[in-house]
Design a protein around this ligand. Structure first.
Ligand code: ADP
Length: 469
């Protein structure tokens, strides 16, 4: 089957979060099942672009309203990813180093979608399935079905995956002319609450809608920033498929970013070496349990409660634990985390920024990983933590609910229901009790490293879904 994934992110070419990890792994595993899956993404001017070789294979125009943008399709050459990457360079829109957060993101991603379809419609062999990811590609199912220019692709089934329903990309009808011409009777297909909404358009027009965990599928039926009613109306064509992880990239036995590699048999010494490195680097005490957080410092991740939780725990129980935070996000949370450092020197440190290598070292060297998320569509961090023998402490929501079982229920993690500083610190106290019970702690570490969260199952679930179309 010829599958084309279209996405704003794909690891290792461009990553802002879990979307990149999924799109950078799923096609590889689909190819291992005998398919021909590839990825189309924007050609950002990142380090990846300068460090890799690309071949220009197509040049054309994409019309956005009254402007024609020239675009070039590049194929990644020195590629051992297990799937092809085609990146679309649109000078003026994507020749920048960040993925998102520009004032003209609407223009950028609509042009990207138009360019992608302009290229696909000229391919000799058209895809059997087009799989779109998140709102940046949300108009594609609509355009394929309803825009005359793309009539050659009209019968190509589309799957749309919601990785994060909070970001919908809405904009006003004054920009309707950005989309290629279509019959005005169809305007309702791109509209939600009197705005143009690419996420809503995708939910309405894709053949199938998936979310990245079954629990998130249930949750968005009653909480999804105003799209709940639509989701419920389209429930019969929707399903949750739990993400996997790329077990080649995320393997403590071979991970080249670690100080010391290890497996289930050598987990104790391996983790101790990585912890020692982290503690030296961040001036922490290796004899104490190490709690960590990795992620976007935003309300969605419950990160706004971290400063209060850190303060509470370290004032109430000084010198009993270390806390290390790696993240970037809202300025007031970054500032609050910074501000705690002088007071708790030696037991607390925050690294404000994005650092892939450090994240691997933290998964390897930490004892516990905090995920107090308000919303977590799937969550990959807890899956990486499990594979690296780090015990997750999670709020029961979305994919966290589907993948972490509390030690009180014969499980291997620590779970809480509310998203408050109190719940976080209470769970950390439970974790400290577990840490002291060396036998139980070691057994859990070994056990969690063996849980299979590879893409093997999920990639075949997607293939079955494609076949049904
Ligand atoms: P998100 O909602 O951000 O996509 P996920 O749990 O699905 O959350 O995926 C987050 C991914 O981003 C993981 O691979 C995690 O390790 C990585 N990550 C998040 N923040 C950082 C950071 N500051 N530095 C390095 N990696 C990060």
């Amino acid at each position: 089957m010829k599958i084309v994934h279209i996405s704003a992110e794909c690891y290792p070419a461009a990553k802002a979060g879990g979307l990149a990890d999924v799109v950078g792994a799923l096609p590889k595993y689909q190819n291992l099942l005998g398919n021909k899956a590839s990825v189309i993404m924007p050609h950002y001017y990142t380090k990846f672009r300068t460090e890799n070789q690309f071949e220009a294979i197509h040049t054309s125009f994409a019309r956005l309203g009254y402007f024609d943008y020239t675009f070039h399709v590049f194929k990644l050459l020195n590629n051992n990813l297990g799937f092809d990457i085609f990146s679309i360079d649109i000078p003026g829109l994507f020749d920048r180093d960040k993925i998102y957060s520009y004032g003209d993101d609407t223009e950028r991603f609509i042009t990207f979608q138009i360019a992608a379809l302009n290229w696909i419609k000229n391919l000799e062999i058209i895809p059997d399935i087009i799989h779109c990811h998140d709102q940046h590609t949300g108009f594609i199912p609509f355009m394929l079905a309803n825009v005359w220019e793309y009539r050659k692709l009209k019968k190509v089934p589309t799957v749309f995956t919601i990785h994060n329903g909070a970001y919908q990309g809405q904009f006003g009808f004054n920009l309707l002319h950005y989309l290629p011409p279509f019959h005005s009777d169809l305007t309702g297909l791109i509209e939600w609450h009197r705005a143009i909404n690419p996420l809503a358009a995708a939910i309405k027009c894709a053949y199938k809608v998936t979310t990245v965990s079954p629990s998130y599928m249930d949750e968005i039926g009653y909480s999804m920033n105003g799209l709940e009613g639509l989701l419920n109306a389209e429930r019969s064509k929707s399903m949750g498929i739990l993400n996997g992880i790329d077990v080649d990239v995320w393997n403590p036995e071979t991970d080249s970013m670690l100080e010391k590699n290890y497996n289930e048999k050598t987990v104790e010494t391996g983790k101790a070496e990585n912890k020692k490195w982290l503690c030296k680097e961040f001036n922490l005490d290796p004899s104490k349990p190490l709690f960590t957080f990795i992620g976007r410092l935003v309300g969605e991740k419950g990160a706004d409660f971290l400063p209060e939780a850190v303060y509470k725990l370290l004032t109430q129980y000084p010198k009993q634990q270390n806390i290390l935070i790696l993240g970037t996000g809202e300025k007031h949370i970054e500032q609050a985390l910074w501000d705690l450092e002088p007071q708790f020197k030696g037991n607390y440190c925050s690294y404000i920024g994005y650092n892939e290598k450090l994240s691997h070292l933290i998964y390897a060297g930490a004892d516990f990983l905090l995920m107090p998320s308000r919303v977590e569509p799937c969550g990959l961090n807890q899956l990486y933590a499990l594979r690296y023998g780090t015990i997750p402490i999670v709020r029961r929501t979305g994919g966290l609910k589907d993948t972490v079982v509390d030690i009180g229920d014969d499980g291997f993690g620590i779970c809480h229901d509310q998203c408050t500083a109190w719940d976080i610190t209470y769970s950390m106290e439970r974790a400290k009790i577990l840490y002291k019970d060396k036998t139980a702690f070691k057994n859990i570490r070994k056990q969690i490293m063996q849980i299979d969260h590879s893409w093997t199952k999920a990639s075949s679930d997607y293939i079955e879904l494609y076949k049904s179309l």
